[in-house]
Design a protein around this ligand. Structure first.
Ligand code: ZN
Ligand code: FE
Ligand code: FE
Ligand code: ZN
Length: 277
């Protein structure tokens, strides 16, 4: 088997209530597709609601089982599987999030913004609210929160950096200066970004982040990883050749891989892009 595609660091499992397949099935898929590795990154239990939503994340009780399950896979496939997690950033409960992230031996944590002051803007059930909002204000609020998440030190990768475009809502103002500031902020914070291919499977029909944003990130020297945000094993590594191509066009020449947390959480290795993609 030729290992020629970067690891997929963003996949979910059936534990979150809106995905199919167990962690081992995602690992099998990654091996079959010739990925260099895989990080399982299911949703951290939601901390900001008193009543957990069973279709959004595993419960807190289930978190230790998730961790054990992935650690077993790490042992079965040493150096191939990593234990990740995707966590929401909510500045009001950053301390609680930090405690939960510190309680388990995660190899890396993806920080994502799915809520603006309680509004789940990427949830189709609540997407109508865009109609009653000023889209430019939504973008600005979102970008500021991504920056704060990066500065928080909680995360190693910022997830789907321009998720706010998911349903096709576009800022009408030129936000290039804001994006440029954010790119510098991410570089200063030392966090990586992902090319997340799931956007191709959403109404917006393009990867996160957009090419213009990726160019700014490459220019600022923000490290890059790859993620499919698969919610079923077939989607592991989906569109990675196109993602490599996009990254190359935007100025990237290397990506990073994480090591097991025995080397320190989010210890990284730099990898050149494969010659042919
Ligand atoms: Zn999900
Ligand atoms: Fe997400
Ligand atoms: Fe995700
Ligand atoms: Zn996600």
């Amino acid at each position: 088997m030729v290992l020629s595609l970067p690891p997929d660091y963003h996949v979910h499992t059936e534990r979150c209530g809106h995905a199919r397949g167990a962690a081992w099935e995602y690992v099998t898929a990654a091996r079959e597709k010739g990925l260099e590795g895989i990080g399982i990154s299911d949703h951290l239990p939601l901390l900001h609601t008193t009543t957990p939503d069973p279709v959004l994340a595993m419960s807190r009780d289930e978190l230790p089982e998730y961790v054990d399950e992935v650690i077993e896979l790490k042992e079965r496939y040493p150096g191939y599987v990593l234990l990740g997690i995707e966590a929401d950033f909510n500045p009001d409960i950053a301390g609680e999030t930090a405690d939960l992230l510190a309680a388990y031996p995660f190899d890396y944590a993806i920080g994502s913004i799915h809520y603006l002051e309680g509004w789940g803007f990427d949830d189709p059930r609540y997407a109508d609210e865009f109609d009653s909002r000023d889209v430019n204000a939504v973008y600005r609020e979102y970008l500021e929160l991504v920056g704060r998440a990066a500065d928080s030190g909680l995360f190693d990768v910022m997830g789907h950096l321009d998720l706010v475009k998911k349903f096709g809502h576009r800022a009408t103002n030129d936000l290039a200066p804001e994006w440029e500031r954010l790119a510098q902020r991410l570089a200063d914070a030392g966090v990586a970004v992902e090319i997340n291919t799931a956007g191709l499977r959403k109404p917006v029909g393009e990867m996160y982040p957009a090419a213009e944003v990726l160019e700014l990130l490459a220019g600022a020297g923000v490290p890059l990883v790859f993620g499919s945000d698969a919610h079923s094993p077939e989607d592991v590594g989906r569109d990675f050749p196109n993602a490599l191509e996009l990254a190359r066009r935007c100025g990237y020449r290397e990506y990073v891989t994480f090591l097991s947390n025995r080397e320190g959480r989010a210890a990284k290795r730099r990898r050149p892009f494969p010659d042919t993609t």
